[in-house]
Ligand binder design. Structure first.
Ligand SMILES: [Zn+2]
Length: 407
């Protein structure tokens, strides 16, 4: 299962209510743990006997475990509490970006078990698969706790086909129609899930804020790195479109006469706000063109630029503010189209949020149509939260808990 879809749920209930009930139980245990069987039955609105049966199954499959005994209420046995058993189950999250690829190991709940390692992204796709397989095996071997790897989630800087195996187009890497999922799964012997970075981030956000209607019903996630990824959630569902390519706001033009974009067109939003666009502005040359990159430039990051801006480098500050203005203009288009309850923004540029927020708000006031639209809530997801890696992990972890909202 790749997505949380209430339509599928309706169909599924006809044939596999047992499976749905298991997922509801797992999801409730995840969000309410520690929880007793009695409370689980109450939240599920089912008889104690049915809840106990489900719990028995989940216990036998080691998906949950029984923990500390609670206080007895009145006479009788003290209840034991149920927890999701994430102790010996790991998930590997991978974030492929044009310049570097990042890897992190978490437990099944998405809690980080390892540091984040990274290496330069090999642009030769076949070489990257070999390198990625080797690196993932390495981080799993380095894990001290014994355990089973439940799967690998990969956030990719491009559009993924409907079947979820192939990167149809990754503009910043120049890849077209490359199957990432199957060779990597074959090399590692575990399931591999791949997803566009913006969609993966949005999915993880829905998962993390499940139960908070405002936070998870109509939201947009914008991730700014070497490129720009956008994930749109409407009514709690990820917007995919017919070919799974909906939401590519990064390649909607701000100005058709603008700078050259990685996709080959000119003036895309991404060509104005990506990290490479911001650095290009500072260095005064087009860094999206690899021939114009050199070691000085390659080792210099947007975080370095922001440090210089804070230290009083006027050129650095101007480059950051220009990005902020274009970021605001593009967000205004998204607001005009989607009218979301909340927009999350992730990426290195957000470390300058205190500097750039007023500029972004000014752009929103200029280019939206109502006061409500201009005041749309924008939340920064800090770079140290690794939203794209968390998005990658959610591809593996979230489906295990995917269930319609019942509480
Ligand atoms: Zn483009």
């Amino acid at each position: 299962m790749r997505k949380i879809n209430p339509d599928n749920f309706t169909i599924a209930t006809r044939g596999t209510s047992r499976e749905i009930n298991r997922q509801i139980a797992l999801n409730l245990i995840r969000t309410h743990q520690p929880i007793s069987r009695a409370d689980l039955a109450r939240l599920m609105n089912v008889r104690r006997g049915l809840a106990s049966l489900l719990v028995g199954e989940l216990l036998s499959e080691n998906l949950i475990f029984e923990g500390a005994t609670g206080e007895a209420v009145g006479p009788g046995r003290k209840p034991t509490f149920l927890y999701i058993d994430s102790r010996e189950r790991s998930v590997v999250g991978v974030d492929i970006r044009a310049t570097r690829t990042f890897i992190m190991v978490t437990d099944l709940m998405g809690r980080q078990l390892s540091g984040v390692s990274s290496f330069p992204t090999e642009r030769d796709f076949n070489k990257l698969i070999v390198e990625l397989g080797r690196r993932i095996r390495q981080v799993l071997d380095d894990q001290t706790a014994p355990g089973v790897c439940e799967g690998v989630g990969v956030s990719v800087p491009g559009m993924v086909d409907v079947g979820g195996s192939t990167i149809v187009h990754a503009p910043t890497l120049g890849w077209r129609n490359v199957n990432l999922r199957d060779p990597l799964a074959a090399a590692l012997g575990v399931p591999v899930h791949i997803e566009n970075s913006g969609k993966a981030c949005a999915l993880a956000q829905v998962w993390a804020t499940r139960g908070d209607i405002k936070a998870s019903s109509d939201l947009v996630f914008v991730t700014v790195s070497d490129g720009v990824g956008v994930g749109i959630v409407i009514g709690g569902e990820l917007l995919r479109g017919r070919h799974n390519i909906a939401g590519e706001f990064g390649h909607v033009p701000l100005n058709v006469d603008g700078p050259r974009c990685s996709c080959g067109a000119t003036g895309c939003w991404e060509a104005y706000i990506s990290n490479l666009a911001t650095l290009s502005r500072y260095f005064g040359r087009d860094l999206t063109n690899q021939k114009l990159q050199n070691s000085e430039v390659l080792d210099f990051t947007v975080e370095d630029l922001i440090v210089r801006a804070r230290a009083g480098d006027g050129k650095a500050l101007a480059a950051v503010h220009a990005t902020a203005r274009y970021l605001g203009l593009g967000l205004a288009s998204i607001i005009t189209t989607i009218d979301p309850a909340r927009i999350y923004v992730g990426g290195e540029i957000t470390t300058a949020w205190d500097l750039i927020e007023p500029t972004i708000r000014t752009a929103l006031r200029e280019r939206t149509l109502t006061g409500f639209a201009a005041a749309t809530e924008i939340r920064v997801v800090p770079a140290e939260d690794y939203p794209r890696l968390r998005g990658a992990v959610a591809l593996v972890a979230a489906p295990a808990f995917a269930a319609p909202m019942v509480a």
